[in-house]
Write a protein that binds this ligand. Sequence first.
Ligand SMILES: [Ca+2]
Length: 106
Amino acid sequence: MKVKTAFASSALALALSLIALPAAAVSPHSNWFATRYNTVGSTFVNMSPSASTFCYLSRTAVVDTDTASEKATCRVTKGGVVWTLEAVLGASSDADVECSAICYNN
Ligand SMILES: [Ca+2]
């Protein structure tokens, strides 16, 4: 009985140790940029494969959006095949938008 208890407690300690180990670190894959200047509409950039990478929006820069229609948007979307980065302007005017994304292997 004592041996069984000792074994069980060792197994539990091992299990707890393994659970506490950090997951393998993800590795960098790629950096991406999408820009749009002065013209209404959307600029798309296809990024890395959605099945094997994870991407996030890392930087936005917006210029001259001082009226209601000059909305500027940056968007990262996970598609069926690839991640997409999009820079959108709501009006043809003096507004600009710059978007950056970073992708990691997962
Ligand atoms: Ca403006």
